[in-house]
Design a protein around this ligand. Structure first.
Ligand code: AHR
Length: 502
């Protein structure tokens, strides 16, 4: 039988809350319709932000929101998205369906959304097609309190006080949609552009800068960019390079075919989970290269795009990346978040792609209706890990399961402690079988369960629809017995479980 030993006295580092971050791009119905509606749309809203969506996201305690892209970021000219709406320029969103972008959601609206969510702000700048001046002026517009052309313009546009920009991305995927650059070229550009992302108020925490990292397993990119940027910026005071990003999506059938979100067999179930587990290898390998330059781990890895990417729902615009979300997505989320927790010494931020109506979304909307996805409930359960201390958890005796070459361990886990409560998150990767797990706590005391919840479904294809919104949801979990410091857990097939003990 599989055994899990939890030693809560052995703390292994703080889990940055920002690992539970979100990403929302100007893509399909991600922002327009999904989050932002016109004030007279008939959909209840506060300053244009859908009340149902904001309320649902608040339950996740979203720590940080990344915006405006993605690929969109390197075509975005921020000045088009400020000032009176009727004067804002319309543009073509060339990355996502060539639709008209009317710029009605811009800097002020993003900051208002973050205010309503109570989250940190992660603004991604345009290095691919924007100028250094444009980037510098955006930072000035958002953050400068004193007298300057950009601060004055912000005030003229109705916002007297500056905002706090917590994180600033200097370009996005500059190896691809952000300019097709070589690592050497990007690294030099990064050095130049980041120089002008200034901390204009010495009394405030500096903006933390995110340098564009690799696509999946492009280790050359990591090496070259670290070599050129890290040594250079390390000599400077804090704030010149705080993160290196990593982007990795799970496409069960590869980039070209991708595969259906809802129609798959058991082999593809295991293939998907196998590919989700690859995140662990990627973090290890990129992390090893980062360690060579940055052994003290002064900068963090920001996995600011991750999640499942399937073939879009039949009948929808292929440029909108709208996909359903099954219990399989719940497993991908659970596995990936456990991996991030275990790598909390290096992974300091991560943003799932994307919050509403795009890729592995938390929420789906249709007109005034909104549903929560299985992934939403995983984020809700895992929120207790935010800011907690990772504790030692050792799993033994786990069987390998799967079909053909797609073999995975049956269980994934992580555990953390905050305010005297240990949160354990467990996933059963089996498509068919429940699994017994023996948990032992090493503290010399009686333990007590505070709460236990589960997201599971006997059908691997199960998902929520606008007609059946509660098919897959978070429910109270009763499959355990606790005796002193020993707990027996029966994990249902295809399940993500959270057990909290004190
Ligand atoms: O999330 C969708 C897209 O995936 C982003 O715009 C881009 O950065 C990535 O390739």
């Amino acid at each position: 039988m599989a055994k899990l030993v939890i030693n809560d006295a052995k703390k292994q580092g703080r889990i940055a809350p920002e690992i539970y971050g979100q990403f929302s791009e100007h893509l399909g119905r991600g922002i327009y319709e999904g989050i932002f509606v016109t004030e007279d749309s008939g959909i209840p809203n506060v300053n244009g932000m859908r009340t149902d969506v904001v309320e649902a996201l608040k339950e996740l305690e979203v720590p940080v929101l990344r915006w405006p892209g993605g690929c969109f970021a390197d075509e975005y000219h921020w000045q088009d998205g400020i000032g009176p709406k009727e004067n804002r320029k319309k543009m073509v969103n060339t990355n996502w369906g060539n639709v008209v972008e009317d710029n009605s959601f811009g800097t002020h609206e993003f900051m208002e959304l973050c205010r309503q969510l109570g989250c940190k702000t992660y603004v991604n700048g345009n290095l691919g097609s924007g100028t250094v001046q444009e980037m510098a002026e955006w930072v000035e517009y958002m953050t400068f309190e004193g007298v300057s052309p950009m601060a004055d313009l912000r005030k003229q546009n109705g916002h007297e006080a500056p905002w706090k920009v917590d994180y600033f991305g200097v370009g996005n995927e500059n190896w691809g949609c952000g300019g097709n650059m070589t690592p050497e070229h990007y690294a030099n550009e990064y050095r130049r552009y980041q120089t002008f992302v200034k901390n204009l108020d010495e009394n405030k925490e500096p903006i933390e800068k995110v340098c564009c990292g690799a696509n999946v397993d492009d280790y050359y990119w990591t090496k070259d960019v670290m070599k050129t940027c890290f040594a250079h910026v390390e000599k400077k005071k804090h704030g010149h390079m705080d993160f290196l990003s990593l982007h990795y999506y799970v496409h069960p059938e590869g980039w070209e075919i991708k595969g259906s979100a809802t129609d798959f067999d058991e082999e593809v179930w295991y293939k998907t989970l196998y590919k989700a587990l690859y995140m662990d290898i990627l973090i290890d390998r990129h992390g090893t290269i980062m360690d060579r330059f940055d052994p003290k781990k002064k900068i963090g890895m920001s996995v600011d795009e991750w999640g499942t990417w399937f073939t879009c729902e039949p009948g929808t615009n292929p440029g909108f990346l709208y996909q359903q979300n099954t219990v399989r997505d719940a497993l991908v989320a659970g596995i990936t978040l456990n991996i991030f927790n275990k790598h909390c010494d290096r992974v300091k931020m991560a943003c799932i792609a994307q919050t509403v109506n795009v890729l592995q979304a938390m929420l789906l909307t249709e007109g005034e209706k909104m549903i929560k996805t299985p992934t939403y409930y995983v984020f809700r359960m895992y929120r207790h890990h935010q800011g907690a201390q990772l504790v030692s958890s050792e799993l033994t005796g786990v069987e390998e399961i799967g079909i053909g070459e797609w073999k995975v361990p049956q269980i994934s886990e992580s555990a953390s402690e905050k305010d005297g409560i240990i949160t354990i998150t467990l996933n059963n990767l089996s498509a068919t079988d429940s699994h017994e797990l023996d948990v032992r706590f090493t503290g010399d005391r009686e333990y007590e369960v505070v709460e236990a919840n589960v997201v599971a479904h006997p059908d691997i294809h199960a998902y929520n629809t606008f007609d059946e919104p509660w098919n897959v949801k978070e429910e109270a979990f009763e499959g355990y017995t606790l005796n002193g410091d020993r707990m027996k857990v029966t994990l249902p097939a295809c399940s993500v479980v959270e057990i909290r003990v004190k």
